[in-house]
Design a protein around this ligand. Structure first.
Ligand code: 7TS
Length: 405
């Protein structure tokens, strides 16, 4: 059984050891990220973008260098297209409030899918309620596949915006974004991509995908909590009204009104999370060193192992694709006669951390015909030993509950 060479980079695995299989909820942080945050506060801390003194200039430089790193990471045209937010949820709300409310009306349709996380569903329900635009949902096959027929049926002349997740946080399936973008752009509709579950695990190139907006959270890719990203095409962002107003997002203010700042600051009201952005820069640099190939190979190898182990347990049912390589490290499952919360609690007593519940995707649960699921999710720092322990403890659960002899 091999152990991950990366575990030593993560202080938590030494200080609070457990078999951590909940990286889809939040990743662990390597020492490099924790050090970067510490370095920011120890050597650069002042309110960025305001002061004209050395410390504040250093804080500003660190913050803007992070923006450049993010722009390069997702291959944006310009750092001006990178807006720092708190998380993917705020990024998606920014688009809903600033683009959605400003551009949609009663004759229009917003196309999304039933597999969305609530963070990419509720903002569009809000836009629909306020503008009268109709919400249309793409329905995937039970394994998560979105067919060409479903795309052409749902994306029509009435479509004015498409909001879709890249990778489902429950099924782990990767959606056919190239086909969705092509269909949406033929109708002149922009595409909002929720990259919360894809960006940490695979190369997401906004120009190659030609998406109009991309939202993701830093904390799922090892950055501190409280820093997120919205990418938007410059010509769209320039036409949008600010989401939040206040300090630091203006050119000038009078008692009658304000002239807003240029991109990206127009969308970053108030004191920004510069230390978080600096931590995100360190996380991206760390991830770039590891390489997505290692991430993919590790997750696929371990998912295969989990599938093999689970297939020996006839009372365990994996949701989504039967192909382990179609899961992107996310394995949701149910167990006959055992509530997912009990699965998670019993595993926790054995030092194994997995998530249980509806995973903020209640409509998908209903669509799949389940109340909730248990979910194991992987990242490159997991290893065979983690999976071995997880599978061993998993097969004890029903015995422990007196359901097996
Ligand atoms: N979109 C997707 C696809 C997600 O999986 C999540 C979080 C979000 C958006 C929201 O991210 P946030 O950082 O703004 O909260 N998903 C999960 C999860 O699956 N378990 O906990 C959080």
């Amino acid at each position: 059984m091999s152990n991950s060479p990366f575990k030593k980079d993560f202080p938590i695995f030494e200080k609070s050891p457990c078999v951590y299989l909940d990286s889809a909820a939040t990743a662990q942080r390597p020492g490099a990220v924790i050090d970067a945050v510490r370095a920011f506060y120890e050597t650069m801390n002042a309110n960025p973008l305001r002061g004209l003194y050395d410390l504040s200039i250093r804080a500003t430089d660190a913050y803007e260098a992070s923006r450049e790193t993010v722009a390069g990471f997702i291959n944006a045209d310009s750092p001006k297209e990178i807006i720092f937010t708190r998380n993917a949820t705020e990024s998606l709300n920014l688009v809903a409030y600033s683009y959605g409310l400003g551009n949609l009306g009663p004759e229009d349709e917003i196309v999304s899918t039933v597999m969305e996380h609530h963070s990419n569903m509720l903002p569009w329900q809000m836009v629909s309620e306020k503008t009268g635009a109709r919400l249309v949902y793409i329905e995937p096959c039970p394994d998560g596949e979105i067919t060409d027929e479903e795309i052409s049926k749902k994306i029509t002349d009435r479509t004015k915006l498409v909001a879709i997740t890249h990778v489902s946080n429950v099924l782990g399936c990767k959606n056919p974004i190239d086909k969705i973008v092509k269909a949406a752009h033929e109708k002149g509709a922009p595409v909002v991509l929720d990259g919360a579950q894809s960006v940490p695990h695979m190369k997401v190139d906004v120009r190659a995908l030609d998406v109009d907006f991309l939202a993701f959270s830093g904390h799922k890719l090892m950055a501190p909590m409280g820093i997120g990203v919205l990418y938007g095409k410059r010509e769209l962002l320039e036409k949008m009204e600010p989401f939040l107003t206040g300090g630091e997002m203006i050119e000038s203010v009078s008692l009658k009104g304000a002239v807003y700042a240029e991109l990206p600051h127009k969308f970053e009201a108030g004191t920004v999370n510069a230390a978080g952005a600096y931590g995100l820069k360190a996380a991206i640099e760390y991830l770039n060193n590891i390489g997505y190939e290692t991430v993919r190979n590790t997750e696929d190898r371990l998912t295969e192992m989990i599938f093999e182990g689970m297939r020996k347990l006839p009372y365990v049912h994996i949701q989504g694709s039967e192909d382990p390589f179609g899961h992107n490290g996310i394995i949701s499952f149910t167990m006959d006669d055992v509530h997912p919360h009990d699965i998670s609690s019993i595993l926790d007593a054995d030092g194994v951390a997995i998530r249980a519940g509806h995973h903020c995707a209640e409509p998908l649960m209903k669509y799949l015909g389940v109340q909730s699921t248990a979910r194991a999710s992987l990242y490159f720092y997991n290893d065979e030993e983690d999976v071995r322990i997880f599978l061993e403890k998993l097969q004890n659960i029903r015995r422990w509950l007196g359901l097996e002899s």
